[in-house]
Design a protein around this ligand. Structure first.
Ligand SMILES: [Zn+2]
Length: 346
């Protein structure tokens, strides 16, 4: 996670920030909604776009009682008796898609996602129901040197995930890269970007200089870029770094609307900080691998503060993404025996 030192270089134009469970106006026909998220993240920002007779919602919040209560109470009042007609999930993570099925059922809404994220969502759902797939998930994690037991076993078995998702939307409309989505009286260009997850959707409104960046670019923390059994991307760090080439083509004064933290200006500055963060992580891994080590051992060297089971898993997944990046670039090689050990290429 990057430090707050970086945040000072960005401009935060909004002085009024919504409390979790409430909304404030963000722009004409657009509300900034904040919902509670348990744990270190604390909140997620989601966006309500006023389509006149109905609403488009971008991301939903997690399926936790506090968020459902907000949608039934203070946020329901903001809707003014008009339904949510479309729910756009930027990606499959539970804070973004956790209430999609719940809200779709209540409002009769259409759910939109990229094909790549829909596929991840369905692979996770299959793993929940299939013991062989669950065993394969556990084997994939243990192959990298992390013993799956206790609280970590609950994480890998997705026990918490089952609760924070309200269900799988039976029908999902796919949004493709380059498509235009009209919502809240604006045309939004859809861009599909990899790295944080296989195919995250970000939305750019050129006319008003707005970018719904989801988890692709966050102002104060770095997005998790990891390798996970349910994902298809074998080199997510390369995908993440190449997504910056797309984002750097946007105007520097675009107002970035992130999923966590406050709206900010300074997109290219933030991208430069993120590039530096990943370059530093890559550079710190190489000297540690003059002797063969597993990704789990390496993660313990890189993340020295105490971590709970979920964050132990995320730290290992993120370390592995950096290690595999270095394998792909020829700087490391992976041993054949399990657990897999990595070493500097001669
Ligand atoms: Zn995410």
């Amino acid at each position: 996670m990057s430090g707050a030192r970086d945040a000072a270089a960005l401009a935060y134009p909004f002085t009024v920030v919504p409390e979790p469970g409430t909304a404030v106006p963000l722009a004409d026909r657009m509300l900034w909604v904040r919902l509670p998220v348990p744990g270190a993240l604390r909140h997620i920002n989601v966006w309500l776009l006023d389509d006149g007779d109905a609403w488009t919602l971008v991301d939903t919040g997690m399926n936790v009682p506090e968020s459902r209560a907000a949608w039934e109470g203070p946020l329901h009042a903001h809707l003014g008796g008009r339904p949510i007609r479309r729910i756009v999930c930027t990606h499959h993570h539970p804070d973004h898609a956790g209430l999609a099925q719940y809200l779709a059922e209540r409002h009769g809404a259409e759910v939109l996602m990229t094909a790549g994220e829909d596929a991840v969502l369905r692979r996770v759902e299959q793993a929940l129901a299939d013991e062989q797939l669950e065993a394969a998930r556990i084997a994939a994690v243990e192959a990298e040197g992390l013993r799956v037991e206790g609280a970590l076993a609950q994480v890998i078995r997705l026990e918490r995930y089952r609760g924070v998702m309200s269900g799988l939307p039976p029908r999902v409309t796919h949004v493709a890269d380059g498509e235009t989505l009209v919502a809240g009286g604006r045309a939004w260009a859809a861009r599909v970007l990899g790295g944080h997850t296989d195919a995250q959707l970000v939305l750019h409104c050129e006319a008003d200089g707005l970018l719904i960046s989801a988890d692709q670019v966050l102002p104060r923390i770095t997005s998790n870029v990891g390798i996970f059994p349910e994902r298809a991307d074998a080199n997510p760090l390369a995908s993440y770094l190449s997504s910056f080439e797309v984002l750097e083509q946007l105007p520097e004064d675009v107002l970035v609307l992130p999923a966590h933290g406050n709206p900010f200006r300074g997109l290219r500055t933030r991208i430069a900080q993120l590039r530096e963060h990943h370059a530093e992580t890559l550079a710190s891994i190489l000297p540690l691998l003059s002797e063969p080590r597993t990704a789990a051992e390496l993660a313990r060297e890189l993340y020295t503060r105490p971590l709970d089971a979920l964050n132990t898993y995320l730290a290992m997944a993120e370390t592995l993404a950096h290690v595999r990046y270095l394998v792909h670039s020829g700087e490391l090689r992976a041993g054949d025996a399990l657990p897999r050990r990595y070493v500097r290429a001669a």
